[in-house]
Design a protein around this ligand. Structure first.
Ligand SMILES: [Mn+2]
Length: 392
């Protein structure tokens, strides 16, 4: 068959087909009949909210003002702490709880299972709810810090919803656990004060670009002005709230000199730098962290600035050259089974965000915290055919 004939035949077939596929307007039928004398409920029944609809709560969890509703119980609470008047650079983390909840809108119980954890924290048997925000004063830092401590203590003392469902090996088995949404990093001081009343001294696993163990800042000329997002660990150590078995991960900030590292050790921290991930790899980082805190009660605090600003730009004191979101997630996965008494994610300041990158990353990390809290050990590597990924 010549090329010309082939071309003509194709053109003919195409033109005939296109004529037949045209649906005349007169034949169009509405897929769903419109006006009927029925109510929404009769016709459509109860429908869950779309990811983009409904009131804003973390992962569409029930939203309850737990501080005022004293009969409400839970095993794990999401609690917003919209405080941001302790920052040294860019303010705006008071909108962090909003941004993290907004970033979580595509998360929900119906699709809460992840391959990486092989679990769904929302149907694990533990009751997880969003307890709303602590209504902190934006005018008086001493007042706000006290409000956060009282709020945290109030929720920590509540009887868990399913105490028998929790891992009884955990020191926290008799108390619920709280995942706090900052807020700037100062919020951890009242959190540690509240935890100390229940657990005594605890270890801290601290993901951050910065040490946060400085004793003071320029401008800290009153006692209250020493309470900042970069001094709270120093103050916590001075108050006897934390043990000397804590560890940083992801540090890369500029320092005043070696003296800062010596002071940091005195506050009780070992240090894993950002670059260590290239030299020791993720499994060794996980091992170092686990060995450092052992089976002591441990608190996880994650400053979103541990992640590279390209992947999480919306934060108060960004530092270039950080870890990827995936790397941080992978390290967190290796920490399951430690004796966690609580966790937070802080320093999300959405005014500096683009396309919700930071809010979505933070919400995903909170999902990981919840998956970690309901796991008794790190998940096994997934099978890929007959071998595991690690064996490939
Ligand atoms: Mn930081």
């Amino acid at each position: 068959m010549s090329r010309l004939v082939t071309f003509s035949l194709l053109a003919l077939i195409t033109s005939v087909t296109s004529v037949h596929e045209q649906v005349p307007f007169a034949d169009f039928k509405r897929p769903v009949q419109g006006f009927e004398d029925v109510t929404w409920l009769e016709k459509y029944g109860s429908q869950i909210d779309q990811p983009f609809s409904g009131p804003l709560s973390f992962s569409h969890l029930p939203y309850t003002r737990c501080l005022e509703n004293e009969d409400v119980d839970f095993d794990i609470a999401i609690l917003g702490m919209p405080f941001d008047t302790g920052v040294t650079y860019r303010p705006g983390a008071r909108f962090g709880p909003y941004a993290i909840r907004s970033g979580s809108r595509r998360q929900r119980e119906a699709r809460g299972y992840t391959m990486s954890w092989s679990n769904n924290p929302y149907n694990s048997g533990l009751k997880i709810i969003d307890c709303g925000d602590v209504p902190v004063s934006p005018f008086d830092n001493a007042l706000a810090v006290d409000q956060m401590e009282v709020a945290y203590s109030t929720l920590l003392k509540r009887t868990p919803a399913n105490p028998t469902q929790a891992n009884q090996a955990l020191v926290s088995a008799g108390h619920p656990r709280i995942v706090s949404l900052g807020g700037d990093h100062t919020i951890v001081l009242p959190v540690l004060r509240a935890l100390n009343k229940i657990y005594g001294q605890i270890s801290v696993i601290h993901f951050d670009a910065h040490l946060d163990t400085w004793g003071t800042y320029p401008g800290s000329i009153t006692e209250q002005s020493r309470v900042t997002h970069g001094t709270f660990f120093y103050l916590a150590q001075q108050e006897g709230l934390i043990s000397n078995t804590s560890i940083h991960a992801g540090i890369r900030c500029k320092l005043g000199g070696e003296v800062d590292l010596e002071d940091d050790q005195a506050v009780g921290f070992q240090l894993i730098s950002t670059d260590d991930i290239d030299d020791m790899g993720i499994p060794t980082i996980i091992q170092r962290i686990r060995e450092r805190v052992g089976d002591s009660p441990v608190y996880l605090s994650l400053d979103i600035d541990v992640i590279d600003p390209g992947l999480a730009p919306a934060t108060g004191t960004p530092e270039a050259g950080g870890w990827t979101t995936r790397e941080v997630k992978r390290i967190i996965r290796g920490l399951a089974g430690l004796n966690f008494v609580g966790a937070d994610i802080v320093e999300v300041a959405p005014a500096y965000d683009n396309a919700e990158i930071t809010g979505i990353a933070a919400a995903d990390l909170v999902h990981d915290f919840l998956s970690m809290f309901v796991s008794e050990k790190p998940p096994a590597p997934r099978q890929v055919g007959p071998v595991t990924r690690d064996e490939l």
